[in-house]
Write a protein that binds this ligand. Structure first.
Ligand SMILES: [Zn+2]
Length: 159
């Protein structure tokens, strides 16, 4: 099981659990259960955080129409961000298939945090259908993060 999934400009890279072939799931097909291009076995769900490493990956991931996305803005120098990492991974594992939990290192892709006016980290933004629905910040246990995301989504659905 991967501890995180890498991305490129077109999709999320998912290694097959059977044959280790790395499959790209295009962003607009996330949320559908894909099969390995090589051995045809079902691909594992995204039960671990997805790493956003470019502006294109960010745009593709949050712009897809199927799943809400929680983005964790973090950096290596940030102690609370490091404490948050296992909690964020737990949240990803508990919501696999229903939501995507993505991590964005603000030193690797600084433009996104600047555009969104992120003030302090860790910061979490919930996106759905390409739009920001809510944001939260500071260390929090997985259950608190999940409760926040669920309530933000419920609020967004009622709009
Ligand atoms: Zn395979």
């Amino acid at each position: 099981m991967s501890s995180s999934f890498q991305t490129d400009t077109r999709g999320v890279l998912v290694p097959c659990a059977e044959c280790s072939t790395v499959n790209r799931i295009p962003y607009n097909r996330l949320g559908q259960r894909g099969r390995c291009a090589s051995c045809q076995k079902p691909l594992p769900g995204l039960a671990a955080p997805v790493e956003i490493t470019s502006i294109d990956a960010f745009a593709g991931l949050i712009g897809q129409p199927n799943l809400p996305v929680v983005v964790d803005f973090w950096a290596e120098w940030c102690g609370p961000c490091k404490m948050m990492a296992p909690e964020f991974a737990k949240a990803a594992a508990q919501t696999a298939g229903q939501a995507i939990f993505a991590k964005l290192n603000t030193e690797v892709v600084p433009e996104v945090g600047q555009r969104l006016r992120i003030q302090g980290i860790p910061a979490f933004i919930l996106f759905h259908h390409g739009k920001e629905k809510d944001r939260s910040s500071g260390f929090q246990p997985a259950q608190q993060l999940l409760a926040w995301a669920a309530s933000a989504l419920a609020g967004a659905a009622a709009e």
